[in-house]
Design a binder for this molecule. Structure first.
Ligand code: NAD
Length: 335
């Protein structure tokens, strides 16, 4: 089968990572890279001298020999670029968050269906080895009944002008939650504050309620002196700590739990149980490489992507719910 000819739009922080990984994907052929900013194009060309470059994305849209585009431009441009690309019969990978509104996301889904093209969203963590391992652990029921998901995703900056910290960082957790629990939330609350730009929240907490007394707490911030990427998943039997900053040993399964036996109320009740800590082996594989390999496979085999447009839309709907919760300072129903 012929190679999938692909172009990458946006060569800021994330775009060059897409280029670097796509060069390793079998069956993918990078035709060109593009950024409005000539300096970014020059920089990228010094790292990837074998690809063609342009500062005008319309050249890519008009080139009928290009099968697919990866859009890594700022969120506010995703809809326009993705829509033009789909209309020009190209398969599209859009970075997270998919669009600025759920209306835009729905329009792209409809257009992709009409054009019979693959529309995939860059929910990269769904393709990461630790997150895939966590899903397996949960499905094996080793943790027992799941009580909570508690994530801290904080660092100093990068303060974005086109979104608040929730739209920037929480898509990661929202997509992980959808993937590992396969469960729609019932309601959410959000609290946030702005200290530097006075326009949008730079730090925030989101609390999400699910059925069966499961809850998620997500703390995102651009105002932390240190970078923390830690998630704890607590269950009735065992608990998992996932530290994405660790170079290896990213996941630890703690054999710890608490039990109260109503029959034996003593000064030593409740009983705290503490056993071994297990560190599962994880394959060393970059999530973005797995994601891009999947995108190319989906195009070749006309398969539905794991993180398709509908998954992207689901995340946008939850982000809109956080906007609503921040504005109304109240719990918002999302089911
Ligand atoms: N999946 C992930 O883990 C992950 C990680 C980081 C960023 N992202 C996402 O990737 C996207 C880009 O983020 P970033 O941090 O690289 O932003 P960035 O601001 O560093 O880069 C965006 C680039 O797009 C260029 N650009 C803007 N409009 C353009 C157009 N019409 N044509 C061509 N180029 C254009 C800008 O000049 C800039 O160089 C965002 O949606 C972000 O949320 C995803």
């Amino acid at each position: 089968m012929k190679n999938i000819r692909i172009s990458i739009l946006g060569l800021g922080y994330w775009g060059p990572n897409i280029v670097r990984n796509l060069l390793k994907v079998p069956g993918a052929e990078i035709v060109s890279i593009c950024d409005l900013d000539e300096k970014k194009v020059k920089n990228a060309l010094s790292t990837f001298p074998t690809v063609k470059a342009t500062s005008n994305y319309k050249e890519i849209i008009l080139d009928k020999s290009i099968d697919a585009v990866a859009v890594a431009t700022p969120t506010e441009t995703h809809f326009k670029i993705a829509k033009e690309a789909l209309e020009a019969n190209k398969n599209v990978l859009i970075e997270k968050p998919m669009t600025k509104t759920s209306k835009e996301a729905s329009e792209l889904i409809t257009l992709a269906r009409k054009k019979k093209k693959i529309l995939m969203v860059g929910h990269t963590f769904v393709y990461s080895e630790p997150v895939r391992m966590i899903k397996k652990i949960i499905e094996s029921k080793r943790l027992g009944k799941i009580y909570y998901y508690d994530s801290t995703r904080i660092n100093l900056g990068i303060i974005r002008s086109d979104s608040n910290v929730i739209w920037d960082l929480a898509p990661h957790d929202l997509s992980i939650l959808g993937y590992i629990f396969q469960e729609d939330p019932i309601s959410l609350q959000a609290f946030g504050s702005s200290h530097i730009n006075q326009k949008s929240e730079e730090m925030a907490h989101i609390i999400i309620k699910y059925r069966n007394n499961l809850s998620a707490h997500i703390h995102v911030s651009w105002l932390s002196p240190v970078k923390i990427r830690t998630t704890i998943i607590g269950g009735s039997k065992k608990m998992v700590v996932y530290n994405d900053i660790e170079p290896s040993e990213k996941i630890k399964i703690y054999d710890k739990s608490i039990k109260i036996s109503p029959a034996k109320i003593t000064p030593f009740s409740p009983a705290y149980r503490s056993g071994d800590v297990v560190i599962p082996h994880l394959e060393e594989k970059e999530a973005l490489l797995t994601e891009l390999t999947h995108f190319i496979e989906c195009i070749k085999e006309n398969k539905k992507p794991l993180t398709d447009g509908t998954e992207g839309l689901r995340t946008i709907q939850l982000l809109e719910a956080t906007d609503n919760a921040l504005k109304t300072k109240s719990e918002v129903k999302v089911l």
